[in-house]
Design a protein around this ligand. Structure first.
Ligand code: GDP
Length: 465
C-alpha cells in the first residue's frame, strides 16, 4: 500500500513575513500542479530550486497568493518521498486558503505531529538519534544546546552506536562460528580476539555512561535551588538574577509557597533557578496565624523546598547578613560541596569573619543594591561549565534516558558475556548475550524492533516537522 500524501504548515502559526507549507507523498506533484498551474512545470524541471508562482484555488480559480514553490523529487527530499513546498506570505488568510485547497484534494490529509520526520526515518533518511537531534535543535534555546543538537542531528551519536553494534556483530559472528564448527576448523586465537574486543567495548560503554548526565542536563537545563531561612533575601536574589540580560524567560509564579523558577542562559548553558520556601522548623515561630492551616501549608512548602534542594544540581544557600555570623542551622545542614554559600544584605553592615559555612567559602552580596551579583553569576557559570566539561571527551554525549537505559542493558549483557569462562563450553549462552547487547544498541538508532518506541519519540514533535 503506498503511503498517503500528507501536508502541514511547516513554519510557526501566526503572522509572519513568510510561511511554508510542505506536502509529502505520491500526490505531491499533483498538489503542486493544482495550485501553481503553469509554474508547476517549471518547478518540476528545476528540482530543489525556487520558482515564483501565482497560486490559485483549484476549486474556484480565485488567486490565493504570489509566492514561491519548490519541487523535491524522491528520494532527494527531507522525507525521501516526493515533496513540494509552498513559500507563502505569512498571513492567516493566505495560509488557510492554501491549507483548505489541499484539504479538498483527493488523497491528501493533514500530517500528524512528527509525521514528516517519521517518514524520513522510515525511508532511511536519518536514524532515531538524528530525529531526536532535530527535535532538540528546534527546541534549543542556548548556544550549547544548539551545538549538541546539531552534532546529534548530523549523526555523531548514531555513528558511535552503530560502530559499536557492528563490532558486536563481528564478535557474535565469531561466536556463532564456534557453535557451528569444531575447534580445529577455526583459526587459533579468534575467540580470544573477540573477547578482547568485547572487553574493550564494555570499557568504552562504561566511560560513555559515566558522563555525569551532561548531555541530558544540557537538554533539560541545569537546576539550581535557592535555599535559606525566611527573609534572608531569596526572592530578592531571584529577582536580581531574573533582571539580568541573561534571563530568557520571565519568572513563572506558582502558588505563594510553591517553587518559583526563572530560566537563564549562562555562558550558553541553560540554567533554571528556583526560589524555594524559607527553611525553618514550622510551629516554633509565632508569625503564622494559629489554627488557620497556614502551618500546614508552610510545612508542605518546606517539604517541597527540601525535595527541590535535594534534586538540584547546585544549591545557592542564602544567609541573612544582618544576623551573621549566626547562621540558620536548618540551612547550614544542607551546605555541601554542591552548594554556593551567599551572605546577603552586605549593604547593611560589614560582615564578621569567617565568611564560610561547612568549609565552603561564602560570597557577600546585596540583593538590594546588586553588589556582588556579577561575581555570583560568574561563580555559577564556572560551576556549570566545569560540570558540563567534566566528562568532556571528543565523543558525543548521550542525551536521553532512553539511550541510557538501552546502554545499561547492553553493558549488562556484555558483563554477562565476559563473566562466562572462556572455553567453558557455553557458546550458545555467550552468543545470546552478544545478541542481546547488539539489539539494545540497535534500539537506540532504530535498527531493530523499535515500533514501540517510535510513537513516543515522534509524539513530541509538532505538526509540520
Ligand atoms: P526571602 O524571604 O528570603 O525570599 O526574602 P526577601 O527577598 O523577601 O527579602 C526579605 C526582606 O529583606 C525584604 O524586606 C527585602 O527588601 C530585604 N532585603 C533583601 N535583600 C536585601 C539586601 O541585600 N539588603 C537589604 N538591606 N535588605 C534586603
Amino acid at each position: 500500500m503506498s503511503p498517503q500524501t500528507i501536508y502541514a504548515l511547516a513554519s510557526a502559526g501566526g503572522r509572519a513575513g513568510i510561511a511554508v507549507i510542505r506536502v509529502s507523498g505520491p500526490e505531491a506533484a499533483a498538489a503542486l500542479t493544482a495550485l501553481a498551474g503553469e509554474s508547476s512545470a517549471e518547478a518540476q524541471d528545476h528540482p530543489r530550486r525556487a520558482t515564483r508562482a501565482l497560486l490559485d484555488d483549484p476549486g474556484t480559480s480565485a488567486p490565493i497568493d504570489d509566492g514561491l514553490v519548490i519541487w523535491f523529487p524522491a528520494p532527494n527530499s527531507f522525507t525521501g518521498e516526493d515533496v513540494s513546498e509552498f513559500h507563502l506570505h505569512g498571513g492567516p488568510a493566505v495560509i488557510t486558503g492554501v491549507l483548505e485547497a489541499l484539504a479538498a484534494m483527493a488523497g491528501l490529509r493533514m500530517a500528524t505531529p512528527g509525521e514528516f520526520t517519521r517518514r524520513a526515518f522510515e525511508n532511511g533518511k536519518m536514524d532515531l538519534t538524528a530525529a531526536e537531534g532535530l527535535a532538540d535543535l528546534i527546541d534549543a534555546e542556548t548556544v550549547a544546546q544548539r551545538r549538541q543538537a546539531l552534532r546529534q542531528l548530523e549523526g555523531e551519536l548514531g555513528r558511535l552506536y552503530e560502530d559499536w553494534r557492528q563490532r558486536l556483530l563481528g564478535a557474535l559472528a565469531h561466536g556463532e562460528a564456534g557453535i557451528d564448527f569444531s575447534d580445529e576448523d577455526l583459526p587459533a586465537g579468534i575467540e580470544a580476539a573477540a573477547r578482547k574486543d568485547v572487553a574493550q567495548l564494555e570499557r568504552a560503554l562504561a566511560d560513555h555512561l559515566k558522563d555525569k548526565r551532561r548531555g541530558e542536563r544540557l537538554r533539560d537545563g541545569y537546576h539550581i535551588a535557592i535555599i535559606g531561612p525566611p527573609n534572608a533575601g531569596k526572592s530578592s536574589l531571584l529577582n536580581q538574577l531574573a533582571r539580568r540580560d541573561a534571563a530568557i524567560v520571565s519568572s513563572t509564579a506558582g502558588t505563594t509557597r510553591d517553587v518559583i523558577e526563572v530560566h537563564l542562559d549562562l555562558g550558553g548553558y541553560p540554567v533554571t533557578v528556583a526560589d524555594t520556601a524559607g527553611l525553618r522548623d514550622v510551629g516554633e515561630k509565632g508569625d503564622t496565624v494559629q489554627g488557620s492551616g497556614n502551618d500546614e501549608i508552610e510545612a508542605e512548602g518546606i517539604r517541597r523546598a527540601r525535595a527541590h534542594a535535594a534534586d538540584a544540581d547546585l544549591r545557592l544557600a542564602v544567609f541573612d547578613g544582618e544576623a551573621w555570623p549566626e547562621a540558620d542551622p536548618a540551612t547550614v545542614g544542607l551546605v555541601d560541596d554542591s552548594t554556593i554559600v551567599v551572605i546577603n544584605k552586605c549593604d547593611l553592615a560589614p560582615l564578621a569573619a569567617p565568611l564560610a559555612v561547612n568549609e565552603q567559602a561564602a560570597l557577600a552580596i546585596s540583593a538590594l543594591t546588586g553588589d556582588g551579583i556579577e561575581g555570583l553569576l560568574e561563580t555559577i557559570t564556572e560551576r556549570v561549565a566545569a560540570l558540563m566539561n567534566a566528562a568532556a571527551s571528543p565523543a558525543p554525549a548521550l542525551t536521553r534516558t532512553r539511550h541510557r537505559e538501552a546502554l545499561e542493558e547492553c553493558r549488562a549483557a556484555l558483563g554477562r558475556f565476559l563473566a562466562l569462562d572462556a572455553g567453558a563450553g557455553t557458546p550458545e549462552l555467550a552468543a545470546e548475550d552478544l545478541r542481546l547487547a547488539a539489539r539494545a544498541l540497535g534500539r537506540i538508532t532504530g535498527r531493530v524492533d523499535v515500533d514501540d518506541v517510535l510513537d513516543v519519540i515522534f509524539r513530541d514533535f509538532c505538526i509540520g516537522k
